[in-house]
Design a protein around this ligand. Structure first.
Ligand SMILES: Nc1ncnc2c1ncn2[C@@H]1O[C@H](COP(=O)(O)OP(=O)(O)OP(=O)(O)O)[C@@H](O)[C@H]1O
Ligand SMILES: [Mg+2]
Length: 415
């Protein structure tokens, strides 16, 4: 019996090793693909063209080096302009520099899209800081009230740190501004007694600040910075500084400039550039090729566009999606992917879309705001047209280098 099993096992074994390699065998392309992942935090020498922004951040946070309260900072900028990267990088630098002077700096990073409620955000900050300090306090992952999590947080900060920097990324996704109120006023309200705390808020919604109540607004926006898009040369340098993700000779010379030019077309978006490069490598890998060429880049661009739009749309509000569906439908009907559509026409179709969804349409003024947010996110383009002699102006909109079918599908998937 035993021999039988053994021989049966060895046949299976043999068959598997003779069969197709399901894991793929082409490792001619990448040497270290991690360098092209968004979560990879590059060293200083790989951060291109952000000296001014890093200096601004550095001077805002400098008091923390001496254990004093840093300025709260708000960072704005379009997608892929290095906001998250530079904030995380500076937080890490600060920690290292301060440690050399025996100042205990703690940092916590919250992705407010993931942790959008007050409780989730406070819990996440408390747990990160506690873990970093060796986890002496017991902070359960569930079961405490919001107030209890705040109390844990103040204890951790006071007990283990001199200064804490909290990065609230995608801050506009936070539900309400109570977290900001508590954090930005933790010292003056006496919640923290021996330590201090600074907030870095990051958003790609330029109108974000207008939604805050006056007290939060005045304490939070001590320093505001806008990160500009990269130009094609900077994007190219960013890509070239990550070339060692590829094996020698696996990247054709024409590829980085081509990718940089594509990524600079709407606004200079480094995430887009890096994603296209990674996708191009994967497409070459899947095709069994040993060199990444321009043809792979074109396919990669298409894939990146779909991903980016799907990602932005999945994070947008239902009414932004209704507006996009309206625009995409009009564009599709006209049979011209680049057709310009007046805001009034979009508004009419938008109302129908709302009706179909059982939602109450928003006022036209809100739709104008939504369209300008979508423009800032580079999903649409806008242009102001004159009606002719003294007749005033009107806005026209079009999808920005993205096909209406992709938009409609992404909106349907996001529901
Ligand atoms: N100056 C730079 N030098 C090198 N790499 C960069 C630079 N700026 C951004 N990157 C890289 O581009 C990608 C996107 O950057 P980052 O996540 O900081 O963008 P962001 O401004 O936070 O965008 P979003 O608003 O979409 O969150 C990351 O992989 C990052 O490492
Ligand atoms: Mg970011």
């Amino acid at each position: 019996m035993r021999t039988l099993i053994l021989s049966h096992e060895s046949t299976i074994h043999k068959r598997m090793s003779d069969s197709i390699d399901y894991f793929g065998g082409n490792d001619a392309i990448f040497r270290n693909k991690d360098l092209l992942q968004v979560k990879y935090l590059p060293d200083e020498d790989r951060i291109i063209g952000r000296n001014e922004q890093l200096n601004d951040l550095g001077s805002s946070l400098r008091p923390a080096l001496k254990g004093q309260t840093p300025n709260h900072v708000l960072i704005y900028g379009k997608t892929g302009t290095g906001k998250s990267l530079c904030s995380k990088f500076m937080a890490r630098q600060l920690k290292t520099r301060a440690a050399a002077d025996d100042v205990r700096v703690g940092t916590a990073y919250v992705d407010c899209f993931q942790d959008s409620t007050e409780t989730q955000a406070v819990k996440s900050i408390a747990i990160q800081l506690n873990d970093d300090a060796g986890g002496e306090l017991r902070i359960p992952a569930a079961g405490l009230s919001t107030g209890d999590y705040y109390r844990k947080l103040w204890t951790v900060v006071d007990d283990y740190y001199d200064v804490v920097i909290v990065i609230l990324d995608e801050i506009d996704k936070l539900d309400g501004d109570n977290v900001l109120m508590q954090l930005s006023r933790a010292v003056e309200s006496g919640k923290l007694t021996s330590s201090t705390l600074g907030v870095i808020g990051i958003s790609n919604k330029i109108q974000y600040k207008d939604t805050l109540n006056e007290r939060v607004k005045s304490s939070l926006s001590e320093r505001e910075f806008v990160f500009p898009p990269y130009d094609a040369n900077q994007l190219r340098a960013i890509l070239e500084s990550r070339q060692d993700a590829f094996r020698d000779g696996a990247l054709s010379d024409a590829v980085p400039p081509r990718v940089a030019a594509l990524a600079a077309r709407e606004h200079g978006d480094a995430r887009k550039a890096i994603d296209i490069l990674r996708f191009a490598g994967e497409i070459a890998e899947d095709a069994g090729d040993s060199v990444v060429r321009e043809a792979h880049v074109n396919k990669a661009h298409e894939r990146e566009e779909q991903n980016r739009v799907a990602d932005l749309i999945s994070k947008s509000t239902p009414h932004s999606r209704f507006v996009l569906i309206a625009l995409a439908n009009i564009v599709q009907q006209r049979g011209d992917d680049e057709a310009w559509v007046p805001t009034n026409d979009i508004y009419d179709v938008y109302r129908t879309v709302c009706k179909g969804d059982g939602a109450e349409p928003l006022k036209k003024r809100r739709i104008r705001d939504i369209l300008s947010e979508l423009e800032f996110l580079s999903i649409i383009d806008q242009d102001l047209r004159g009606k002719g002699q003294g007749q005033g102006n009107y806005m026209v909109n079009r999808l920005s280098e993205v096909k209406p079918t992709i938009v409609i599908k992404a909106c349907a998937d996001a529901d």
